[in-house]
Design a protein around this ligand. Structure first.
Ligand SMILES: Cc1cc2nc3c(=O)[nH]c(=O)nc-3n(C[C@H](O)[C@H](O)[C@H](O)COP(=O)(O)OP(=O)(O)OC[C@H]3O[C@@H](n4cnc5c(N)ncnc54)[C@H](O)[C@@H]3O)c2cc1C
Length: 288
């Protein structure tokens, strides 16, 4: 089923994101994670795409299993950086052959060793170009990324929002936000997005902070701001894994509960392949 159709039937749509195991780790390791996550009956599970297409086959295989073995709707992430039009067409064709109807169309980050990478040399410079192309190829539901605090390559928030509007206008069916830690950031973003005519459903992206070191790395990569409360929490518990995990689960549970109370259309949980912690969060908010 297309995720756009799920949005017509349900509110909120609750989805999970997982990532394929590294190429040196057996693919099977993800299936015990999936077995746990599927017990929570998410509306769909998305599978990330390794930088530069490094997990191309694994993304497809895992998404295919979610759909065809577990009977849960799925979405494959797809980035266009460094991929030719012919390669993108081939990937989309393979996904369709696996009965996968949903794609998260992304530009992707520059290759790790080329921070000044020139995206204009790619067949698709921006995600908007990818969205337009995939939509022109056939009947597929396309999601895209949104950045409540602005994308790190864009110096002005209002420009980033205009770029987002342009991306949505190319045929985006729904958006998922980058992680953020203060729901006021999300609500403000939604107000601005609706004001400039972005009308598709938007899922709030929530990442449970389960590990002090990991969160500092993630934040340095995506630029999300840390509210004082979270900063203090990481300072206090960051060196003790068990305490940090408990505090992080509570923080994420409060964030999700507030989103539910405010009637958001979608909540996308970045699971970090940690089913027990996700189960606990959903239990805390009465959803498991
Ligand atoms: C929910 C979610 C899932 C993700 N999953 C993955 C994944 O699986 N694999 C992965 O590698 N990465 C993933 N990412 C990260 C993403 O690839 C990076 O954030 C990337 O840098 C931007 O991708 P985008 O699709 O948002 O790009 P775009 O929408 O193309 O935006 C990129 C930048 O270009 C600017 N821009 C857009 N249009 C124009 C224009 N016309 N003129 C000038 N500037 C413009 C935007 O303001 C922004 O700064 C994900 C991000 C999110 C939020």
């Amino acid at each position: 089923m297309k995720i756009s159709e799920i949005y017509l039937q349900k509110n909120p749509v609750i989805s999970f994101e997982i990532f394929p195991p590294k190429s040196t780790t057996p693919l099977e390791t993800i299936f015990s994670t999936l077995a746990e996550l599927t017990k929570l009956h998410p509306d769909y599970i998305s599978v990330t795409y390794g930088a530069g297409g490094s997990s191309r086959d694994r993304t497809k295989e895992i998404a295919s299993r979610i759909k065809n073995q577990y009977g849960i709707e799925t979405m494959a992430h797809l980035t266009c950086v460094g991929q030719s039009e012919a390669e993108i067409d081939q990937i989309v064709k393979e996904l369709r052959q696996e009965n996968i109807e949903n794609v998260l169309a992304l530009r992707g980050d520059p290759p790790a060793d080329q921070l000044d990478f020139d995206f204009s040399t790619c067949d698709f410079q921006y995600a908007a170009d990818l969205v337009k192309h995939i939509k022109s190829q056939g009947d597929i539901c396309v999601g895209a990324a949104a950045y409540p605090e602005g994308h790190c390559n864009c110096t002005r928030l209002s420009d980033d929002l205009d770029h987002l509007k342009n991306k949505v206008d190319q045929g985006v069916d729904f958006l998922i936000t980058q992680l953020y830690f203060d729901n006021r950031v999300f609500y403000n973003f939604m107000e601005n997005a609706r004001r400039i005519g972005i009308e598709c459903p938007v899922a709030a992206g929530v990442l449970p902070v389960l590990n002090g070191k990991q969160i500092k790395r993630i934040i340095s990569l995506c630029g999300a701001s840390m509210p004082a409360k979270l900063l203090m929490m990481v300072d206090k518990y960051g060196d003790n894994n068990d305490d940090m995990e408990k505090a992080g689960i509570e923080y994420a549970s409060n964030q999700v509960q507030d989103l539910l109370d405010n009637g958001v259309e979608g909540i996308h949980l970045y699971t970090m392949n940690k089913p027990q912690q996700i189960t606990q969060i959903l239990r805390n908010v009465g959803r498991a």
